[in-house]
Structure formats: C-alpha cells, structure tokens
Design a protein around this ligand. Structure first.
Ligand code: SF4
Ligand code: SF4
Length: 134
C-alpha cells in the first residue's frame, strides 16, 4: 500500500469528470464567490445571479440540463479558482459525519478506495481537511 504524509493513499483521481455531475451540488463559500467572480471579471452579485442557485440558504453552482456543472467543459473552466469543495473532494466534512458517504461516493467515483477500514479512512480525511486552504 502506498503512503503519503497523510497516511495511506485512499484516493487517486482518474480524471473521469463524473464528480462534476450532480452528487448533491457544489456549494460555494463567500470566498469562492469573490475569487470566481474576479476571475470572470463580473461582480459577485452578477456571478450569483448567472451561475448559482440557492438551497437551504446557501449558494450552489448551477447545472446544465445534462446534470453537469455549468463550468464543466471536458475540463473545469475555472480550475484555477474552483470552489473549496472541489479542491477538497473527496475529503469533505460530510464524509466524517457519516462514513457511509465515503462508500456511497466510491460507487460513482473510481478514484475512491473502499477496501480500507472506516477508521483508516476517517484518519486520512481528517488530516487532509486540516491541510486544505480555506
Ligand atoms: S469522479 Fe473521482 S476519479 Fe472521476 S474526476 Fe471526479 S474525483 Fe476524479
Ligand atoms: S467548479 Fe469545476 S471542478 Fe467544480 S464541479 Fe464545476 S466543473 Fe467540476
């Protein structure tokens, strides 16, 4: 088993793009909105109007009719400033809330390892989360 500073490698992206489609939507933080709107040279208000939808009082990136994120075009069009959630994926707080989310994500994300114990996965996720910039 290969190891990184955070423990065993429990994830290796296969670049398939499936995570940019659906799966609960992509939340954007205030900092994400500022960074992406600056990158697009529009105001944060215009960005939210044009590219976001609201859910539970939070902003999510909009999706095309095929379910893909509005910024997916074979590659992420805002890669340099993509939301924290995309930078963190699949090391999300929600995976720690219920580790079954990790296994569920592993059903569509071919980069996620599901052959390790819950304790091992949780320990790595915690370390990765603490190392991800806001
Ligand atoms: S679904 Fe998983 S393997 Fe595919 S691009 Fe997303 S993170 Fe990478
Ligand atoms: S912002 Fe980029 S990485 Fe994030 S879901 Fe959209 S296309 Fe995928």
């Amino acid at each position: 088993m290969s190891e990184s500073a955070c423990g065993p490698d429990i994830f290796s992206c296969q670049q398939c793009g499936v995570c940019c489609k659906g799966y609960g939507g992509t939340f954007v933080t205030t900092r994400d909105i500022e960074a992406i709107s600056r990158f697009l040279s529009i105001t944060p208000q215009a960005f939210e109007r044009k590219y976001c939808r609201q859910s539970g009082g939070r902003s999510l990136l909009g999706q095309n009719g095929d379910g893909y994120c509005l910024f997916w075009d074979g590659l992420c069009r805002i890669h340099k400033v993509k939301p924290r959630m995309c930078r963190q994926w699949p090391f999300l707080e929600g995976m720690l809330v219920d580790i079954r989310n990790w296994r569920a994500a592993g059903e569509f994300c071919p980069g996620i390892r599901t052959d390790l114990s819950d304790e091992t996965v949780k320990a790595v996720i915690k370390k990765k989360l603490s190392a991800t910039p806001a």
